[in-house]
Design a protein around this ligand. Sequence first.
Ligand SMILES: Cc1cc2nc3c(=O)[nH]c(=O)nc-3n(C[C@H](O)[C@H](O)[C@H](O)COP(=O)(O)OP(=O)(O)OC[C@H]3O[C@@H](n4cnc5c(N)ncnc54)[C@H](O)[C@@H]3O)c2cc1C
Ligand SMILES: *[C@@H]1O[C@H](CO)[C@@H](O)[C@H](O)[C@H]1NC(C)=O
Ligand SMILES: *[C@@H]1O[C@H](CO)[C@@H](O)[C@H](O)[C@H]1NC(C)=O
Length: 480
Amino acid sequence: MSACTDGPAFGKTKETARIVIIGAGASGIAAATRLLEQGFKNVQLFEAEDRIGGRINTVPFADSFVDLGAQWCHGEEGNVVYEKVKDLDVLDRTGDFAGYFVRSNKEILSDDQAKALMEFKDNFEMKPDWEGSVGDAITESYWKEVGQQLVPNDRSVAKEALDSLKRHICSEDACDHVFELSPRSYLNFATSGGDQNLSWRRKGYWKFLSLLLNANEDQPGDQGDLKGHVQLNKRIAEINWSGDGELTLRCWNGQIVSADHVICTVSLGVLKKKHQKLFVPALPAAKVRSIEGLGLGTVNKFLLEFEEQPMPENMRGVAFLWLEEDLKELRGGKFFWLESISTVHRVDRQPRLLEGWIIGAHARYMETLSEERVLEGLQWLFRKFLKFSVPHPKSFLRSQWHSNPNFRGSYSFYPTYADELRTGRTDLGSPLVHVSGRPRVQFAGEASSRNHFSTVHGATESGWREADRLNEFYKGRAEN
Ligand SMILES: Cc1cc2nc3c(=O)[nH]c(=O)nc-3n(C[C@H](O)[C@H](O)[C@H](O)COP(=O)(O)OP(=O)(O)OC[C@H]3O[C@@H](n4cnc5c(N)ncnc54)[C@H](O)[C@@H]3O)c2cc1C
Ligand SMILES: *[C@@H]1O[C@H](CO)[C@@H](O)[C@H](O)[C@H]1NC(C)=O
Ligand SMILES: *[C@@H]1O[C@H](CO)[C@@H](O)[C@H](O)[C@H]1NC(C)=O
């Protein structure tokens, strides 16, 4: 009898309910398109940027497109992104990384050594009862399982390789260092079986959004079915959810918007920085704990276009191993930030490109440098490590996810601090509801995904989850 307990004041139906979605990334787009499918009519998205897509940002580069944000579909089984496209022949399998580990004296680890390292990383399993961080666990099993055997006579190479593996883990999990990473990052994440890095050929990750939207696959930003429902350059500055009736939102430019339901999809970084001002009244303590406890790390990319590929034919990519004395020298100079570059590799179906990754505090520092200074650093790094020469690129791009106030980072992770606070994704994703059960403010976005966080498939599922929550509520009402 929800219609009765909710009082006569709430006489809305699917046709009349005003739903505002804050943010037009994967989760906002997933929520909006599903709500329209379910028969809701008044669905509006407010997006702070001048484009839709959020952390999916496919841009023209070199011969086609590249992704400054999400790039691969991670896995096949139980992955809603894969599910959506599996019959369309739009993904390439990229297989194993098969990279080279290169030392700062230009030595390359043997194939056997590289294989042992990659196998160790791929097979590493978190013990459910582990006390401590992922860093503690990985360090312990590394020295037990692979470290000594790897290079029996030279502990320093083994140590350098461990540092490189740690950087690799940070680039996957978006932590600053592995000792802040909680075992729940592994235990709570449901890895989708199958190829872990399926690539979108030349279309970029926009291809997936274009399918959700019925939009032009060659025109990132085309709003497709959401035309007329999206307002760009509209940052929401305040959500007034006091009382138990309609909600009032204020845009940065003073515009006031009324709504019956709000689905907030802004990144965890935006919530961390803004929740105190964004929500009137303040959010409940459990919600605040989840916002403060969970982490949003920084991972950035470099993209370099050359006249022709500088990497030798047989090389797909390299990981960097710093000799102790070189690291010491590096840290004393202006290129100290290069320490946190994890890998540089080729790009699927764009044969003239190289792509690099940088993590954590040094990634944030890199964002403050001019493109020229960043390139200067990269070229110094290439000269230091590589036997072949890498010319000045024809064009260059890098991402700056942390300094953008609409993101404030790349993707979320479970810090050990969240364990300390006994909080997690469920608290973040739970809605603020009226006593009758009517959802008033709902939360979606990758960080709210219980088992697919930090991915596009997790973000998409979270948008659908919240659309379905509203649909369920109105279904209940119709039956009364
Ligand atoms: C470098 C990088 C690489 C990645 N690689 C992969 C990958 O290979 N595979 C994968 O699956 N995932 C990857 N991810 C993660 C993936 O991109 C995200 O998990 C997903 O896109 C997040 O979607 P979302 O809807 O939760 O958030 P977002 O995309 O951040 O959407 C939220 C939207 O809200 C807007 N917004 C913020 N504040 C306001 C406000 N106050 N008012 C109005 N609008 C606001 C933002 O502009 C944004 O558009 C990567 C991410 C990064 C950064
Ligand atoms: C696959 O994806 C992960 C996570 O995004 C990334 O760290 C890794 O470098 C990718 N591998 C390849 C071969 O590109
Ligand atoms: C929020 O809304 C309530 C009720 O509609 C109103 O009384 C209050 O003044 C509003 N607060 C702000 C800060 O606008």
